[in-house]
Design a protein around this ligand. Structure first.
Ligand SMILES: Cc1ncc(COP(=O)(O)O)c(C=O)c1O
Length: 372
């Protein structure tokens, strides 16, 4: 969709990357690291100062004691972290449970690990799962469940009760949980709702069963740096480190040096990030509503899932093509997030990690959108 947006000059609200500048101080640290000749391979599982910073930050934010020597693997983005974790733990014939709609990589990650993805629906408008349906997806072959929290594409933030229910099943069926927590700081608290980041590793009895997959990409607005990390027990970490060594050897050394600085920033950095994303969300939501979309208000992450039933198009792909070519705004067709395209045929996703001027430009263009 990014390529389509470039081809037709559309405002790109499809792929989730910021079009605003990354923080100056973080960029400066990367430039200083290159200048100081931190230009050779770091330790394959991550430079010590970066792992120490990850451990300190995880203690501050999640209250978890992590041993940087045995429980952290630095990877090339969370993308590598997730597949390295799966390849390290999942065997041929295993099943991996994936909530649907899903972030596009999870099913291919499972398939590349010779496992079978098994889908459990999150249903609009509040994207809850049916506890019985989830329970019946677990069986003797279940090796793991993937929980993306806060969730892309839905914006769902799992409640403590939901996390505890999933944890109970993992313990009962001796399964692991891979948690994708890259939007952990992008949350939209609201009165009367329990919106706060909960990591599965914080739930009783889950620390040893959880692989936290995280990254600098979203929290520090550096999606192109490709620096992420996995946090897991020493036994699992030992497997992840081996897979990681053969997949990529290591993440960029000077960017890990900048990461050590970024992950040591004070709480005010994260407060500001959250405030600014709330403003962007609150700018785009009414624009989409006025243009005729039914929106599902996100509690976290930086996407808005919408229902396009009111526009009279055959499906999400036809609609997206029209939006890019005739209106000049790019989004992602809902079917990209489902195992069966028809399930997403009435949905499209917009991202709002963009400058106000970009969002305002999309508003002008979307005001010309009419039902068929
Ligand atoms: C849920 C989720 N996980 C992982 C990624 C990829 O992250 P990274 O840049 O850390 O590889 C994205 C990117 O959009 C995402 O939305």
């Amino acid at each position: 969709m990014t390529r389509e947006a470039l081809k037709y000059g559309a405002v790109n609200l499809s792929q989730g990357f910021p079009d605003f500048a990354a923080p100056d101080d973080i960029k400066r640290r990367a430039m200083e690291a290159i200048d100081a000749d931190i230009n050779q391979y770091a330790i394959t599982w991550g430079s010590k100062d970066f792992r120490d910073a990850i451990a300190r930050k995880t203690k501050w934010y999640l209250g978890l004691e992590i041993d940087p020597e045995t429980e952290i693997t630095v990877t090339c983005g969370s993308t590598e972290g997730m597949i390295a974790a799966m390849m390290a733990t999942v065997d041929p014939g295993d099943e991996v449970i994936v909530f649907e709609p899903f972030y596009e990589n999870y099913a291919p990650d499972a398939i590349l690990s010779d496992a079978r993805p098994r889908y459990v629906p999150l249903r609009a408008p509040d994207w809850k799962f049916d506890p019985q349906e989830l329970r019946s997806a677990f069986n003797q072959k279940t090796k793991a469940i993937i929980v993306c929290n806060p969730n892309n594409p839905t914006g769902k933030v799992f409640t403590r009760a939901e996390m505890e229910f999933i944890a109970g099943l993992c313990k009962e069926f001796d399964a692991l949980c891979f948690t994708d927590e890259i939007y952990e700081h992008i949350l939209y608290p609201r009165a009367g709702a329990e919106i706060g980041h909960i990591s599965m590793a914080q739930i009783d009895g889950m620390r040893e069963r959880t692989v936290i997959v995280n990254s600098m990409s979203k929290t520090y607005s550096v999606t192109g740096w490709r620096v992420g990390y996995c946090i897991a027990s020493p036994v699992i970490t030992s497997g992840i480190r081996k897979v990681h060594d053969f997949l990529t050897v290591g993440a960029a050394a000077p960017l890990q040096a900048a990461g050590a600085y970024a992950l040591s920033l004070p709480p005010e950095y994260y407060d500001r990030l959250q405030r600014e994303y709330q403003e962007r969300r609150d700018l785009l939501l009414p624009v989409l509503e006025q243009a005729g979309f039914k929106t599902f208000v996100p509690d976290g992450a930086y996407y808005i899932m919408t229902d396009i039933s009111g526009f009279g198009f055959n499906d999400d792909v036809e609609f997206t093509r029209h939006l890019i070519r005739e209106i000049g705004v790019a989004c992602v067709p809902g079917s990209s997030f489902y195992s069966v395209p028809e399930r997403g045929a009435r949905q499209v996703r917009f991202c709002f990690c963009k400058k106000d001027e970009t969002l305002n430009r999309s508003a002008e263009r979307l005001s010309k959108l009419r039902p068929r």
